[in-house]
Design a protein around this ligand. Structure first.
Ligand code: EPZ
Length: 422
């Protein structure tokens, strides 16, 4: 069923938002349960479309998935597990590729379609195919379908030619039960990767260096069950903080890790935004001073996180002066600016990686379409600051990344309604 959000313009928010568990950690920890036949406990799991889909895939291949209470699951991948992946569900999201390593470790073979996900670029998996081949995997490629087989995964010394988050996480999972040692060089350093390694080490893995550019994984014979509590979602925390500054609101954000968003606070400070940070909360305060334009260049952690690029660009349209937004990671993650220009923006696309504009811009409420998770929530922020009402369709893409979003925003005064279109 198609749905849209109807959002009033010129909104002010006031109240406290609590941050959910991290989507991009849960989507790796759930597949990691396949590395053991013992019971795994996963807590602070966000109730979002992509996580429900990942849990469904595990159920489809024979896992016992028990919901103990909201956000809390027990997952056992016992003898009933098969390697027959449900193709349509696997093709629907990028994180499905995390299932490949554990299934190769368990069965020595797996076949799967090219993993989908947000349309923010080509989303290739060439690096995954490269390191699996080096681990001894034979790979047959049919159109966009991969047939993989291996006797036993072999540890390798692999240098990523470009930093890859799920690439690093996949190689960590594949290395856990491989023969010998796997060394990952030019590894991604996201906080979720360090958290994943801690969870696996508690289950008996031998991983050192996660969170640094060089990670070593010494293969072991088996892993025990684990107990995992997801980190607070830094992207959700950053999104809410940007929303608070953009609407010039008084907004408290709790249950979060501001220390995972260093660059964001430094840009907001240079911009002249008013906010207070504590160890697990952020308080955004209104200001009557104009905000100053900024140049941002997205970069792997600890640089400016690409998943906040779209919300931050909406905020930048309200600042005074010239801004440059340089999306260095994805070649298709700036096209949502067309929707902002429909709303009255004057954003110039220099090339697929760079836009420039002179703010502040007066935005008008319009009917727009959410192109992906993060651009979708960015358009919600744009609609909140625009003059007049807006309609945002394709809201199921926003539901992929933000739990119960309109109810949570209403609780801090947002005027947003979810309406079914057909
Ligand atoms: C993860 O995507 C996240 N998704 C993305 O979040 C996030 O934007 C991205 O990391 C960067 O931080 C999940 O964790 C499920 P990459 P991922 O592999 O792993 C290129 C969201 O909104 N590359 O780090 O797919 C790739 O094209 C989502 O929550 C290759 O060239 O990102 C990109 O340019 C969107 N070949 C760059 O590397 C490969 O084999 C980074 O990709 C793999 C990647």
């Amino acid at each position: 069923m198609q749905e849209k959000f109807i959002i009033k313009g010129k909104q002010k928010l006031d109240g406290t938002l609590s941050v959910s568990g991290t989507k991009n950690e849960a989507l790796k920890v759930i597949p990691a349960c396949l590395l053991t036949q013992e019971k795994c406990v996963a807590k602070n799991i966000p109730d979002i479309v992509d996580v429900r889909a990942m849990l469904d895939i595990l159920k489809d291949i024979g896992a016992d998935v028990k919901k103990i209470e909201d956000h809390h699951f027990e997952i056992t991948c016992g003898k009933s597990i098969t390697n027959k992946l449900p193709e349509a569900k696997v093709a629907a999201q990028r994180a499905s590729i995390m299932l490949v390593g554990p299934l190769l470790a368990r069965f020595g073979e797996v076949s799967f379609p090219h993993p989908g996900g947000c349309v923010i670029g080509k989303r290739p998996i060439d690096l995954f195919l490269e390191f699996y081949k080096q681990m001894g995997v034979s790979i047959a490629v049919h159109d966009s379908h991969y047939q993989m087989s291996v006797d036993k995964l072999q540890g390798i010394d692999y240098i990523f030619p470009r930093v890859s988050v799920t690439g690093t996480e996949s190689l960590i999972l594949a290395g856990c039960l491989a023969e010998g040692e796997t060394i990952i060089r030019n590894a991604a350093m996201e906080p979720e990767i360090e958290a994943l390694a801690e969870i696996l080490n508690d289950a008996g893995a031998k991983i050192i260096g996660a969170g640094t550019p060089t990670i070593s994984i010494k293969g072991v014979a088996k892993l025990n069950g684990f107990n995992a509590v997801m980190l607070p979602d830094r992207i959700e925390c950053g999104t809410f903080a940007i929303m608070g500054v953009a609407t010039n609101s008084h907004l408290k954000i709790e249950n979060c890790r501001p220390d995972h968003l260093g660059i964001l606070w430094s840009h907001l400070e240079k911009m002249g935004a008013k906010f207070k940070l504590s160890e697990d909360s952020v308080e955004i305060l209104p200001t009557d001073k104009p905000l100053k334009a900024q140049d941002i260049h997205t970069h792997e952690y600890p640089g400016f996180v690409t998943d906040l690029q779209a919300p931050f660009t909406v905020l930048l349209t309200q600042t005074t002066g010239m801004s440059l937004v340089h999306e260095t990671i994805y070649e298709g993650r700036l096209f949502y600016v067309d929707a902002l220009n429909t709303m009255g923006g004057k954003i110039i696309m220099c090339d697929p990686h760079r836009v420039v504009f002179d703010g502040p811009m007066h935005l008008y409420g319009r009917k727009v379409v959410s192109p992906d998770i993060r651009a979708g929530i960015a358009l919600v922020i744009a609609a909140m600051i625009a003059e007049g009402d807006s309609e945002i369709s394709n809201v199921h893409l926003i539901d992929r990344g933000y739990e119960n979003i309109e109810e949570r925003l209403k609780a801090v005064g947002a005027e947003i309604e979810r309406v079914s279109i057909c």
